[in-house]
Unconditional design. Structure first.
Length: 380
């Protein structure tokens, strides 16, 4: 029985699937006995992800029968996402170039898997298939994930291998593989999302009166966030002047899988892969769970101290001697751009002001306060 209708245009015929299955099982050929595709639900929307699916079944080969499973991710131009309709016509070319859907296919077509430092791996790509000029299907290894508790020790372990990744001489030649034209940068992010969406919101008195925001963000924090927004040109210039390494780009814990069948952390979601100032990946590692309300902001001072030391140790293992104070300054400015300034919970403002929504807003406000204080304390 073969029912892969959920895949739509991302499906392959039985002959192609049999080749992929044989490759995954390490045999010369197989006969498909069954296959099916199921939608994989995910609770965070992505403007360049059209769908996620699990294709599984059974096959017969020379040594007997075996099950198989692939994770199939369909990526597309964000021009196809409903949110693109709100982008002004004159900004659309800039917006598309700033978030290239081709980034992840380019990474999986490279030999990055062979270049990653010890402690990191990535899913094997069995096929990267162009569906049309604006979409592609990634047929990936279905990594068996186990539930993980991201305590401070686990975060520091991740920080160490991210430091090795950032400074690895073997990885460095692939730093620009996802965006060879270098259309995406900190400057384009600031001139795009922050300048067009976040900064106007910070100056909008109405949003601060929303019950969710008013319960979490006090007048002092509001004043300091608005003042920080006025420093954006200087922040970008300072970050651009810093030493750069290779960054995953979105190294939150959700993108660092703990697998049942290997000791290494498995990196996924390479849509923001590229060169960034040293310390960049620590930003989402530290703030990702806080922004989702899954970790208290009160943990940030100790988490930052432990992860910064572990990250710099990873840099040192790879022969990089960037000063720890410079890395912390970079981290502070990155968290300002990606965490503190966009801390207003825009996605919660159209729903009723529930206690859960207010608590998430409070954690984001506390995280923003931490970041603003870190920016101040690391200023030269």
């Amino acid at each position: 029985m073969h029912d892969r209708s959920a895949l739509g245009s991302a499906d392959v015929d039985d002959a192609r699937l049999a080749v992929l299955v044989a490759d995954s099982l390490g045999v010369a050929e197989v006969k498909l006995l069954s296959s099916r595709a199921d939608v994989v639900d995910y609770d965070i929307d992505s403007i360049t992800t059209a769908g996620r699916y699990r294709v599984s079944g059974r096959a017969r080969h020379g040594r007997g029968e075996a099950g198989f499973s692939f994770f199939v991710k369909v990526v597309q131009s964000w021009g196809r996402h409903p949110a693109f309709g709100f982008v002004p016509e004159e900004m659309r070319e800039f917006a598309l170039a700033s978030v290239p859907f081709e980034a992840e296919p380019r990474v999986y077509r490279s030999d990055l898997a062979e270049r990653l430092p010890p402690g990191l791996t990535m899913p094997r790509a069995y096929a990267v298939i162009d569906l049309d000029t604006e979409s592609a299907a990634l047929w990936l290894e279905d990594v068996p994930v186990v539930a993980a508790r991201w305590d401070r020790t686990a975060l520091a372990r991740a920080a160490h291998v991210l430091g090795r990744l950032a400074a690895s001489p073997r990885v460095r030649p692939l730093a620009t593989v996802a965006d060879p034209g270098q259309h995406r940068s900190l400057r384009t992010y600031v001139e795009g999302r922050l300048a067009l969406h976040v900064v106007p919101a910070l100056h909008d008195g109405e949003i601060w009166r929303h019950p969710v925001v008013a319960a979490a963000f006090d007048d002092t924090l509001r004043r300091d966030l608005v003042a920080a927004a006025d420093t954006l040109p200087a922040v970008v210039a300072e970050l651009e002047s810093m030493a750069h390494g290779t960054a995953h780009g979105d190294a939150c814990t959700r993108n660092l899988l703990v697998a049942a069948d290997r000791p290494d952390l498995t990196l996924i979601d390479f849509g923001f892969w590229g060169p960034q100032p040293y310390g960049f990946d620590l930003g989402q590692l530290l703030l990702g769970e806080v922004q989702l309300g899954e970790r208290p902001a009160a943990a940030l001072p100790d988490d930052e101290h432990a992860c910064l030391a572990a990250y710099v140790d990873g840099l040192r293992v790879e022969g990089c001697d960037v000063d720890i104070a410079a890395v912390e300054r970079s981290l502070a400015l990155v968290m300002l751009l990606f965490g503190a300034l966009p801390s207003l919970p825009f996605e919660l403002l159209d729903a009723p002001p529930t206690p859960a929504a207010i608590e998430i807003a409070r954690q984001r406000a506390a995280a923003a306060r931490f970041v603003l204080d870190l920016v101040a304390s690391t200023a030269r």
